[in-house]
Design a protein around this ligand. Structure first.
Ligand code: RAM
Length: 349
């Protein structure tokens, strides 16, 4: 049902601008639900650490900051002690010691975008066994978290990227993917759905998947490598905000602009220039600040024992309204949104 709606509604048109302008949860929150109010008392003074994949990635700065209305703004409003902590690279080697340090500092809850579930799970399982709430957001670690706050269904995200590129290429030509790191759960899940959706476009051939590790320099190098290795390449999907911005900068020359199509997931601020000059026609994303805000609320609800992670439990997440725990111990923010020249100037993040 949802996916059919995604296909019909999102391709060629866009969701109402209000979705990303602060109104929040499409199809989930209603005015009636919002007016119900909060039935449970939440604890104050909880120590909640927000751990993105890496620091210095503007997607996570938006998702986590007080000034954008992200995770730390929710924690502040609820009277919790919140901090954003992570390493500088999209790797478990960088993220894991930070998580361990947060646990030693007496964390009541962790809100984590997982760089590598295999590497993180032993530590996260021990944390959960000692009573710490583990909420994943953005990138899941399915076997070692209490709840996952998902930005949109993985299939919805994978499908929309393939559909945008298929429309631009009239369903034909060699394409490649510039991903983040090879161990990131979110990109790997989306790519699996992209491969499935590509079966509907038999003349579009995926020739390579390369990894820029959510690092601008590496993403630039791997994009340049694709262009020299595949002279007939017609399109690139980059399901990472760092990757798509780096790939767009590489394609923003007379040689490639308009000749190789690029889509994927990007932030409007980083992509405006490339949409205005015709390097990119359309790309997708959700509101990262809403994602962080919702994940922080969920963590506080769980750590206060106001809800459990059982499907059917629900809570009011401040400005976003009421959300329900779904099967799989997951909460869904909404649907991805497509940015084009016609709407991109309305957004600042
Ligand atoms: C990058 C990260 C993040 C992803 C976005 C779309 O910033 O890889 O995990 O969700 O892109």
């Amino acid at each position: 049902m949802y996916l059919q709606r995604t296909k019909k509604v999102l391709i060629g048109s866009v969701l109402a601008a209000t979705l990303l302008a602060g109104a929040g949860a499409s199809g989930v929150a209603s005015a009636a639900a919002r007016s119900v109010g909060r039935p449970h008392a939440l604890k104050k003074g909880l120590k909640v650490f927000v751990v993105p994949k890496n620091l210095g990635n503007s997607y996570f700065t938006t998702a986590d900051s007080v000034k954008t209305g992200g995770a730390l703004s929710a924690l502040k409003a609820l009277g919790e002690s919140g901090a954003e902590t992570s390493g500088t690279t999209d790797t478990p080697a960088s993220q894991l010691p930070v998580i361990q340090a947060d646990i030693s500092k007496g964390a009541n809850a962790l809100v984590i975008s997982a760089t590598d579930p295999t590497a993180l799970c032993p530590t996260l399982k021990r944390a959960m066994a000692s009573g710490i709430v583990v909420v994943t957001y953005d990138s899941d670690a399915p076997t070692c978290r209490t709840l996952f706050v998902n930005q949109a269904t993985a299939q919805g995200i994978g499908d929309i990227e393939v559909q945008i590129l298929a429309k631009e290429l009239h369903g034909q030509g060699q394409i490649a993917i510039v991903s983040a790191s090879a161990s990131d759960t979110n990109q790997n899940t989306w790519i699996a759905y992209m491969k499935q959706e590509l079966k509907s476009y038999p003349k579009m051939k995926l020739v390579s998947v390369v990894y820029g590790n959510d690092d601008t320099a590496t993403s630039t190098t791997v994009t340049q490598g694709l262009l020299s290795k595949y002279p007939n390449l017609k399109g690139i999907i980059s399901p990472t905000t760092v990757g798509i911005a780096a790939a767009a900068a590489v394609l923003d020359t007379a040689k490639y602009r308009g000749k190789i199509q690029l889509t994927g997931l990007g932030t409007p601020d980083e992509m405006k220039k490339y949409v205005q000059d015709g390097t990119v026609q359309a790309f997708a994303l959700w509101n990262p600040a809403d994602l962080g805000y919702l994940a922080a609320y969920a963590a506080v609800e769980l750590a206060s024992h106001a809800i459990t992670n059982a499907p059917g439990q629900s809570f009011v997440a401040g400005r976003l309204g009421r959300y329900k725990v779904l099967p799989g111990h997951e909460i869904l923010l909404g649907a991805p949104f497509v940015f084009t020249k016609a709407n991109i100037n309305k957004f600042n993040f």
